[in-house]
Design a protein around this ligand. Sequence first.
Ligand SMILES: *[C@@H]1O[C@H](CO)[C@@H](O)[C@H](O)[C@H]1NC(C)=O
Ligand SMILES: *[C@@H]1O[C@H](CO)[C@@H](O)[C@H](O)[C@H]1NC(C)=O
Ligand SMILES: *[C@@H]1O[C@H](CO)[C@@H](O)[C@H](O)[C@H]1NC(C)=O
Length: 220
Amino acid sequence: MGALLILLLLSLPCAVGGAAVCRSCPGPLRNGSIVAEYCASRPGTESEGRCCRERGARPERLLGLDLSNCSLQNLPPGLAEASSAAVLDLTENPMTTLPYGSFLGFTLLQLLAVPLPLDCPGGSGAWEKVTTSGSSRLCQGQKNSCNSSREPAWLCPENAACAPDGPSLVQCLCDSPFHGYKCLREGTFPVLLFCGVLGATTLSLSLLLWGTQRRKAKAP
Ligand SMILES: *[C@@H]1O[C@H](CO)[C@@H](O)[C@H](O)[C@H]1NC(C)=O
Ligand SMILES: *[C@@H]1O[C@H](CO)[C@@H](O)[C@H](O)[C@H]1NC(C)=O
Ligand SMILES: *[C@@H]1O[C@H](CO)[C@@H](O)[C@H](O)[C@H]1NC(C)=O
């Protein structure tokens, strides 16, 4: 009964639906924001709060997030919810920095508008094209940092491949069948063995406890 209640409580936010980051700033998409333009120009999209998303897609995919003119001094804590976004607008906010790694995982981001005083994340070298317009700076077309001639191979260990992980950010993915620290372990992870040992331990512990408790219960 208790477990059921906990399960219900845990699944509640999912049932309500919609990413919280879409409501982190009041109002709908702002007229003229790059996100509103993007959403209006693409069929099969709809807006919800400050987000543009694929209509009716399950699980829903966020395509754009408009956080312009939201009095933001820092990026909102739930920004990672928007990591699938192609378009992101941060203009008209009194932000002073974009901390390193703020856009970790934003591999699909192709158009980002930041307040003019800020640089594009990762520097202009991380983008195909950087332009300015009014009080905003537009960062367009994310470059693949694994494929840069600037630095020879991204120091991924042997048996690993470099994969993009956001503007000027990369990750090292182990080539199959390697895994573990620095991709030095070979073979598939022994899931069955691991679960088997865990299960056997749990079972014998339970039996032991059951046995001792029963004896105690009989004693008086
Ligand atoms: C936004 O633009 C649409 C049409 O372009 C217009 O009907 C609407 O009133 C505008 N909204 C605001 C808040 O300016
Ligand atoms: C930003 O929003 C405020 C109201 O919250 C409004 O008065 C102001 O004109 C907006 N600024 C821009 C540039 O749209
Ligand atoms: C890597 O860069 C070369 C030239 O700079 C380009 O032709 C190629 O398409 C790039 N590959 C990827 C995966 O971005």
